[in-house]
Design a protein around this ligand. Structure first.
Ligand code: SAM
Length: 216
């Protein structure tokens, strides 16, 4: 389970972020999506965590048919506590094993890179998306599979990078035209991720945003 790959600080950090300004990725996704959103739009938020994206909808007073999915009951419980009136909108789902109900739009941020592999999770997301998908993950010329161990956690945390080619091919397989855009938070510049338990070691990752539009 995802939470076991984290440490005690992670949940505190996720919750602290809910009290601060909207996360930059949430702002970026909403700027991209806002022209396409109406009250009848259905949107799946995969890896919804404690409700960061939903908070964006609330703060910007955007009314849509939102569903947040996450594998971790501990995060979903927090999301329901923070947004009691939307408690039925947050549901448990393992995107590596299940296809969510169909939705006009799917969003997924900082989740695909922490799965063992993006397939079949990305397939499940694409298969259930009717119009637009926005995904934010680590990309590069080549696929790179790595794990790291967070301090005080016994479970390895995947830190994968997917190749541009794999992304374009997978999106095309499901009739999506994919465009890669700059991630606003990191400016899509490479950054160093130190291994918490191995001093002096770490890896480099670059975050991108992929916007996919269904063509047929
Ligand atoms: C690093 S957090 C990202 C949270 C949020 N989307 C963001 O970008 O701020 C990754 C989230 O994906 C969830 N997750 C991990 N594996 C999953 C799976 N197989 N199915 C659904 N959610 C998963 C985790 O529980 C966690 O809430």
């Amino acid at each position: 389970m995802f939470h076991k790959t984290q440490n005690k600080e992670s949940l505190k950090i996720f919750l602290a972020r809910m009290k601060g300004p909207l996360l930059t990725w949430v702002e970026q996704f909403l700027d991209l999506l806002e022209p396409h959103l109406t009250p009848s739009t259905t949107l799946n938020d995969i890896g919804c965590n404690v409700g960061q994206f939903y908070k964006g909808l609330v703060e910007k007073k955007i009314k849509i048919d939102y569903r947040g999915f996450d594998i971790e009951p501990i995060y979903l419980a927090q999301a329901k506590k923070i947004f009691p009136s939307a408690k039925n909108n947050f549901q448990i789902l393992d995107i590596t094993k299940e296809t969510p109900p169909a939705a006009d739009i799917s969003v997924v941020s900082a989740t695909l890179e922490h799965l063992e592999n993006f397939s079949p999770a990305l397939d499940h997301i694409l298969a259930s998306t009717k119009k637009i998908i926005i995904a934010r993950t680590y990309l590069g010329e080549k696929q790179e599979r790595d794990i790291m161990l967070k301090e005080h956690s016994q479970y390895p945390y995947p830190m994968n990078q997917y190749s541009f080619l794999d992304i374009f091919r997978t999106f095309a397989k499901y009739n999506f035209e994919a465009k890669i855009v700059r991630d606003r938070y990191t400016d899509s510049l490479p950054y160093y991720v130190p291994f918490e338990t191995v001093p002096g070691q770490g890896l480099v990752r670059t975050q991108y945003v992929i916007v996919g539009r269904k063509t047929k």
